[in-house]
Design a protein around this ligand. Structure first.
Ligand code: ARG
Length: 481
């Protein structure tokens, strides 16, 4: 490149940054399919941070002079401020964020800019940029999850002893407490949080210095760049460094599982807020009206949250499909990684924020929950358990006796506590008046005191445990109290 081509060149002229051996420039459609600047401009801050760390190391090891390194470092800060002020012209002919930044640096400081790319390739450059970006998203997901967990915890604390029906198969199963149901999500979200934390720890190795694929003959100091960029250590294999995208896949997998959890609660909200259930009231801030049916209050935010997993899982499948079967090391296929991850991350952060707002705003209809908890023969298991305890029946026989009483109540159109003692003893002569004490919903939940059970005293303990854990922003990975 003795006489660099005009970087503004269209297909008539070769690329200014790498076009030395090219007689002509790319076809316009080649430019369109090849360029990533339309989306990878989002990596500008990471790209500039990576370059600043790299050039500081080049100076520290004597590979470039202090004065050139200073000019490069300063020039990169100017580029950063131009981009942040919206004064930077992103150019498609310069392909990607890396070449855009470097080209502008050359405008600003002249030929010394060309020393920045010593002992480096865009392959390790993009690997480090993208890791830094995904690492930030792990931190954002952790923060978003903590906020959502606090919202669920506040609901749990308010209603630790409110009774509601617990479901299996969406059929009334046994009474549970509102607090217990809310804390179920806190547990799920904490595992999600742990997945982001684990992924972050695993990805926190610096690929910079792997160069194109084989390392470099320059005496670089990879520990220095790794430390400057907040990585725990440099990656140990240069081939792996430029070809690995499993850090992005882990982020997507964790995001998918998290979005699946959000989707499940979203579905519960859709059901619970319906006129038929009325378990909760969603605030006006998270619902919409109908243009034709004046009575409607649609749970649109919940419905959208139910759907967002489709998008995030789609991104996950897309990147797996891109990476599958790629021979080592870098191939341009891998440029297709970024849009998927960007969209998934944006979607997840929005979903976490929306769910946090909705959970914070929703109001449980305590009376409706209590009435519903008592219906549907929800204490049938309590009756069977009483027959075992009080009359020493084998559980299978107790189950059978209870089943007949349920059938009788159903035929009469009443609930179990409405059956007379005569009707009870007709099914089993040993039954006494005492049985009515276990047929109450409050008694039912109070009795489920096993560790992890729904009894209000157990729920209150868990609320206290989570208050302690969530008060500490770092949220240590704690297993059992
Ligand atoms: N824009 C490219 C990407 O996102 C940067 C790496 C280009 N490397 C190369 N050898 N052409 O993957």
């Amino acid at each position: 490149m003795s006489t660099p081509a005009d970087p503004l060149a269209t297909s008539a002229t070769a690329n200014a940054m790498w076009g030395g051996r090219f007689a002509s420039g790319p076809d316009a459609i080649m430019t369109a399919i090849n360029a990533s600047i339309g989306f990878d401009r989002r990596l500008y801050a990471q790209d500039i941070a990576g370059s600043r760390a790299h050039v500081a190391m080049l100076a520290g090891t004597g590979i470039v002079s202090r004065s050139d390194a200073e000019a490069i470092g300063e020039g990169l800060l100017t580029v950063l401020s131009e981009i942040e002020a919206g004064r930077f012209e992103f150019r498609t002919d310069l392909e990607d964020i890396h070449l855009n930044v470097e080209s502008r640096l050359k405008d600003l400081i002249g030929p010394a800019a060309g020393r920045l790319h010593t002992a480096r390739s865009r392959n390790d450059q993009v690997a480090v940029d993208f890791r830094l970006w995904v690492r930030d998203q792990c931190d954002a997901a952790i923060t978003g999850l903590q906020a959502l967990m606090r919202a669920f915890l506040a609901q749990a604390a308010a209603g630790a002893d409110w009774v509601m029906p617990g479901f299996t198969h969406l059929q009334t199963a046994q009474p549970v407490t509102w607090g217990h149901h809310m804390l179920a999500y806190v547990e799920m979200l904490n595992r999600d949080l742990g997945r982001f934390r684990d992924a972050r720890a695993r990805m926190n190795e610096c690929p910079l210095g792997a160069a194109a694929l084989a390392g470099t003959s320059f005496p670089i100091d990879r520990a220095m760049t790794a430390a400057a960029l907040g990585f725990d250590r440099p990656t140990a294999n240069s081939l792996d460094s430029v070809s690995d995208r499993d850090f992005a896949l882990e982020f997507l997998a964790a995001s998918s599982i998290c979005a699946m959890h959000l989707s499940r609660f979203a579905e519960e909200l859709v059901i619970w807020s319906s006129a038929q259930f009325r378990f909760v009231r969603l605030s006006d801030r998270w619902t919409t009206g109908s243009s034709i049916m004046p009575q409607k209050k649609n749970p649109d935010a919940a419905e959208l949250l139910r759907a967002k997993l489709g998008r995030i899982l789609g991104a996950t499948v897309a990147l797996f499909t891109v990476m599958k079967g790629l021979a080592l090391t870098y191939s341009k296929d891998m440029q297709e990684d970024k849009e998927q991850v960007f969209d998934a991350a944006d979607t997840l952060m929005l979903a976490l924020a929306a769910m946090t707002g909705m959970v914070g705003d929703m109001t449980a209809n305590r009376d409706v929950l209590a009435a519903s908890a008592a219906s549907g023969f929800s204490t049938a298991t309590d009756l069977a358990d009483w027959l075992v305890r009080a009359l020493n029946l084998p559980f299978r026989e107790a189950h059978h006796v209870t089943g007949r009483l349920v059938a009788l109540a159903e035929a009469k159109g009443c609930d179990l506590p409405d059956l007379s003692i005569a009707e009870m003893t007709a099914e089993h002569p040993g039954i006494t008046q005492e049985v009515y004490s276990v047929l109450g919903v409050q008694n039912s939940v109070n009795s489920r005191t096993s560790y992890g059970g729904t009894a209000p005293i157990r729920v209150a303990e868990q609320v206290a445990r989570w208050h302690t854990l969530l008060a500490d922003a770092a949220l240590p990975q704690e297993r059992q109290p």
